[in-house]
Write a protein that binds this ligand. Structure first.
Ligand SMILES: *Cc1c(COP(=O)(O)O)cnc(C)c1O
Length: 382
């Protein structure tokens, strides 16, 4: 079975991790700050906070934007559940904005309409979490313009999109957002096994995320409620977590980051091959606006809803590890409890009835790619 995604681990990745294993510190050492600095440099952002998963980074982002009970956070229904769950961890409500049927990203027009209504009802969101689906940057300028008008925060869920570019600048520079979040899960663009990072230009948010990743504990006397009892002293000044990234993960991340641009380029090559080889087939692919450069985390085709299931099954039977990203979040039982129903987000639901993710990873060889194309063409005609 050709998987839909697969990490690539080189000898130098292995050496980097082994080097940490032989050192004194396997957690809370120098390599996590090194990884943070490297990602900040890559993205052109001031501050980065490494954590143990993308989900943790989303949670911390919500916490430091003071999202809590009574607040609402909006995101896309076509995403991994973590993009929505992060708000619920903070006691906030979640609502969704339908996707653009062409880009599969949160639609700025639907967002504008929903904001107009929400303003009249006095229920504006505290934050919106646009997701750069499949690695394709959202229309960030349009979303930011609405944020300025209606006064909500923006957290970019860039779990798919490290290495992507928007208007000739790297995703993660936070020009259009308060915080950007990356995931380094093995299926993503680069990996640290598990891991994530929150990126921001605001020092106050970064400092608070650093504290929350380690139990909400501070050793800075100026933040304490009293003069320290002694040199051993620390204070917990708010409720935090253990969301720390290990040195082993960071070493893998630093090593992988060096190949980020190569990986994205290889992903574009595979996508380009599919584009050409599948043109003329009865299917559609994601529309890439001119001011975007995708990280190509995923290559999704949309086929007729009527044949969707049989094509999917045919591909799986043919050894092609196709997948479906994603089941609309509002259709999950744990979201239906809040009253979301089928029909709420027609573009997302129609996408779900047609979408198939084809295998896409940097080390795919010609045989893999041709095998996928051959099977897709065959599936279309049977
Ligand atoms: C992978 C992913 C996450 C969560 O990342 P983890 O590192 O697995 O916690 C969040 N949002 C999206 C869109 C993702 O694809």
């Amino acid at each position: 079975m050709i998987p839909y995604g697969r990490q690539e681990i080189t000898e130098s990745d292995i050496e980097a991790v082994v080097e940490v294993l032989r050192s004194d510190l396997i957690t809370q050492g120098p390599v996590v700050p090194q990884f943070e600095k490297a990602v900040a440099g890559y993205c052109g952002a001031r501050r980065t906070v490494a954590v143990n998963s993308g989900t943790s980074a989303l949670h911390l982002a919500c916490r430091v934007l003071d999202i809590g009970p009574g607040d609402t956070v909006w995101t896309s229904p076509i995403t991994f559940v973590a993009s929505a769950n992060c708000a619920r961890y903070c006691g906030a409500d979640v609502d969704f904005v339908d996707i653009d049927p062409a880009t599969f990203n949160l639609c700025p027009k639907r967002l504008a309409e929903k904001l107009e209504k929400a303003e009249r009802a006095g229920k504006l969101p505290k934050a919106v979490i646009p997701v750069h689906f499949a690695g394709l940057p959202c229309d960030l300028a349009a979303i930011q313009e609405l944020a300025e008008h209606y006064g909500f925060a923006i957290i970019e869920d860039a779990s798919h999109a490290i290495g992507a570019r928007y208007r000739d600048e790297p995703v993660g520079n936070c020009r259009y957002s308060d915080i950007t979040v990356f995931s380094f899960h093995p299926v993503k663009i680069i990996t640290s096994a598990e891991g994530g990072m929150a990126v921001t230009n605001r020092a106050d948010l970064a400092e608070r995320m650093e504290r929350l990743r380690s139990h909400g504990i501070t050793r800075s006397s100026e933040l304490m409620t009293k003069v320290p009892d002694g040199p051993w002293y620390y204070q917990q000044i708010e409720l935090g977590y253990n969301y720390r990234m290990t040195e082993l993960q960071a070493a893998l991340g630093v090593s992988q980051l060096q190949r980020l641009d190569t990986y994205v380029c290889q992903r574009h090559n595979v996508a380009g091959f599919y584009d050409t080889a599948l043109s003329g087939q009865p299917l559609t692919v994601q529309h890439h606006p001119e001011d975007t450069y995708s990280a190509y985390h995923l290559y999704v085709i949309r086929v007729s809803a009527q044949d969707h299931r049989s094509i999917f099954e045919f591909l799986r039977t043919s050894g092609i590890g196709v997948n479906l990203h994603y089941i609309p979040v509002h259709l999950q039982p744990d979201y239906q409890r809040f009253g979301f129903r089928e029909g709420d987000y027609p573009a997302a639901e129609s996408y779900y009835s047609e979408a198939i993710t084809l295998p896409l990873f940097p080390s795919m060889n010609d045989e893999d790619k041709q095998g996928v194309v051959h099977a897709v063409k065959e599936a279309m005609t049977t």
